[in-house]
Design a protein around this ligand. Structure first.
Ligand SMILES: Cc1cc2nc3c(=O)[nH]c(=O)nc-3n(C[C@H](O)[C@H](O)[C@H](O)COP(=O)(O)OP(=O)(O)OC[C@H]3O[C@@H](n4cnc5c(N)ncnc54)[C@H](O)[C@@H]3O)c2cc1C
Length: 223
């Protein structure tokens, strides 16, 4: 299934529509810059928006969690879901309060998730989620055993109905405000990874061998 290039009636960005994008490349590129999303759904009349991790593989977004979690078992029933992903790139300080803004890249996905039951697909999904968080980690870490696999639910959400919205650049002020003696501009807000902290339970020899994939880690937004 391919992502629509034109918006659906539900994914059309209404305000500042020139910031809306619907092509597969733009949407994939934003999703691949991070691993955090917010999952919105209604259960028993109550809306919930739950933050969680995800992995993308092709045209599918995978989320996982305890089989007992409300999010997982509600969505497994096939109810409508809205997933959002946000990359915050900077604060936009305009001359007027009204025109303050943020630079961002975001994605909204609408659809219905399906429970992944096939063992091989479930493992591929878990690998996609792990690799999206720290690329290279899956190969080194112990793989899930049968009990862990059983305790983990995985859902697959097609990227068939999705939109992206992107704001870049300096503030956009009212014409007459450009003459005001007020600082204006953008404060970039990159995520900067710190130095890895070895687990105190590591044997001494391992504390010094920080994996290459961690030394070369690229933070969300900077991949
Ligand atoms: C970091 C950040 C800060 C923001 N701050 C504000 C703010 O303070 N006030 C404000 O009004 N708006 C803010 N926005 C923009 C906000 O997300 C909406 O785009 C905005 O409310 C206008 O929505 P709408 O009425 O055009 O679309 P709606 O009618 O709400 O949505 C229609 C469709 O447009 C698409 N869509 C809407 N917004 C987005 C998006 N951000 N990304 C991808 N697809 C989208 C979805 O598919 C949605 O189904 C912010 C966005 C981000 C990422």
């Amino acid at each position: 299934m391919s992502i629509q290039r034109a918006p659906s009636t539900r994914t059309q960005v209404e305000r500042l529509p020139e910031r809306g994008h619907y092509d597969r490349e733009t949407i994939h590129a934003i999703l691949d810059q991070t691993f955090l999303c917010h999952v919105g759904f209604v259960a028993e009349g109550q809306p919930y928006v739950i933050p969680t991790g995800f992995g993308r593989a092709g045209e599918v977004l995978f989320i996982h969690g305890s089989a007992a979690s409300r999010m997982l078992h509600s969505l497994a029933e096939g109810i409508p879901v809205c997933v959002t992903v946000t990359l915050l790139d900077g604060l936009v300080l305009a001359r007027s309060v009204f025109h303050h803004s943020m630079n961002y890249r975001s994605v909204v996905i609408l659809g219905t998730a399906r429970l992944v039951v096939d063992r091989e697909e479930k493992l591929r999904a878990l690998r996609a989620i792990a690799e999206q968080i720290v690329s290279g980690r899956w190969d080194e870490a112990r793989k899930p055993n049968e009990q862990e696999l059983k305790a983990t639910s995985v859902l697959a959400l097609p990227l068939a109905e999705a939109s992206a919205k992107i704001r870049t650049g300096p503030p956009k002020d009212e014409k007459e405000d450009y003459a005001l003696p007020i600082w204006a501009g953008v404060l970039p807000l990159p995520i900067v990874p710190g130095s890895p902290l070895p687990d105190p339970a590591l044997p001494l020899a391992l504390t010094k061998s920080v994996p290459t994939y961690l030394r070369n880690y690229r933070a969300p937004g900077a991949r």
